[in-house]
Design a protein around this ligand. Structure first.
Ligand code: DGL
Length: 349
């Protein structure tokens, strides 16, 4: 009897320790304002990426109460300097980490300028249903009322939450959870800069309390056809911004630079100035894939509007803004140059 009691006690202790075991979260740092530092709490000037991941973690000690944390420095740049090479390095490292049984989720600290594009790139290339959370800040850590520490705390709580499984890549900023496909930066400096302008946020996180209200419908992560493991270089895709009294010059420059795709940020429903449209039609006839997006900011760029896409050989980018459309077209071009297949990708991802 005594032996049985001893075994039961041991089992209950093991059970309790397993129940108490904290999730294992790896934080990958890339730079940005969240890792920024300036010389005054009220002076707006600062250097992005001045602080290493260890210092970032030291500023938010409470995250150690919710997870076993490991930190890695992937890069230390302002995200306006983001490159295809860092994207590929980041995606490959995330895939490598999330294959491990002892890694339950990944948080990526990132500058806010190109965070939406990196998030969407990972949404299309990471092969895991575990949580992948991008987070940044609009104020540097040395400024008055910095937003980074609580954003990082909330990002880690989202990454440790089982509710975050199977949600694709998400962005956590200012107590909100946004889908990588939908989120965009809508303000140059305000702490509530991020919004999902067409669909709304998918959840909220309040001092670590995670709640979801929607789940992404478009295919992502393990459900996409994109595999970057053997890719070291991505196709060149440029964005050309449309405006009144426009020109063919920037299209011609992009073609001369051997772009394989051009995203046009058009007026209204992706409309083009005649000279620009003519240059893009010539580019399309010579094999460059031309994708019509819009500079408007919300809404869908539709086929069969004022532009005869079939005659001109253009495709439309659904409701993706130009910077997101560029990401999908780059990855699409690693699979095919067939315009019908590429158009289908814009309706699927
Ligand atoms: N340099 C910008 C960047 O790294 C600052 C914006 C920020 O991180 O909030 O994206």
């Amino acid at each position: 009897m005594k032996n049985l009691l001893g075994k039961l006690t041991l089992l209950s202790m093991v059970g309790a320790s397993l129940l108490m075991a904290k999730p294992n979260i790896t934080i990958l740092a890339t730079g940005g304002t969240i890792a920024g530092a300036g010389d005054s709490s009220v002076n707006s000037s600062y250097s992005a990426g001045a602080v290493t991941v260890d210092k970032l973690l030291a500023a938010v000690p409470d995250i150690n109460n919710m997870a076993e944390i490991k930190g890695e420095q992937i890069s230390n740049i302002g995200s306006q300097e983001m490159t295809n090479e860092v994207w590929l390095k980041l995606a490959k490292r995330v895939n490598e980490l999330l294959k491990k049984d002892n890694v339950d989720g990944v948080v990526i600290t990132h500058g806010t300028d190109t965070m939406e594009a990196t998030a969407y790139f990972l949404n299309l290339t990471v092969k895991s249903k575990k949580p992948i959370v991008l987070v940044g800040s609009m104020r540097s850590g040395s400024s008055m009322s910095p937003d980074g520490p609580l954003n990082l705390y909330n990002a880690v709580s989202v990454a440790t939450s089982e509710k975050s499984l199977n949600k694709g890549v998400v962005v956590v900023m200012n107590d909100e959870i946004h889908s990588a496909r939908e989120v965009t930066k809508t303000n140059t400096s305000a702490v509530n800069a991020f919004a999902s302008v067409n669909t709304g946020k998918i959840g909220t996180v309040y001092y670590g309390n995670v709640n979801y209200y929607m789940t992404p419908l478009r295919k992502n992560t393990i459900d996409t056809e994109f595999d970057i493991e053997k890719i070291d270089k991505l196709p060149r895709v440029d964005i050309v911004y449309g405006h009144a009294n426009d020109t063919a010059a920037f299209v011609e420059a992009s073609v001369k630079a051997e772009a394989q795709g051009i995203v046009h940020a058009g007026m209204g429903n992706g409309n083009l100035f005649p000279k620009t449209q003519e240059a893009l039609a010539i580019a399309s006839s010579n094999g460059v894939v031309v994708a019509r997006s819009s500079r408007v900011g919300t809404g869908r760029t539709n086929l069969h509007g004022e532009v005869d896409d079939e005659k001109l050989g253009f495709i439309a980018t659904d409701n993706l803004n130009p910077q997101k459309a560029r990401v999908l077209l780059m990855l699409g071009l690693t699979k095919t140059h067939n315009k019908a297949q590429l158009q289908e990708m814009f309706f699927k991802y």
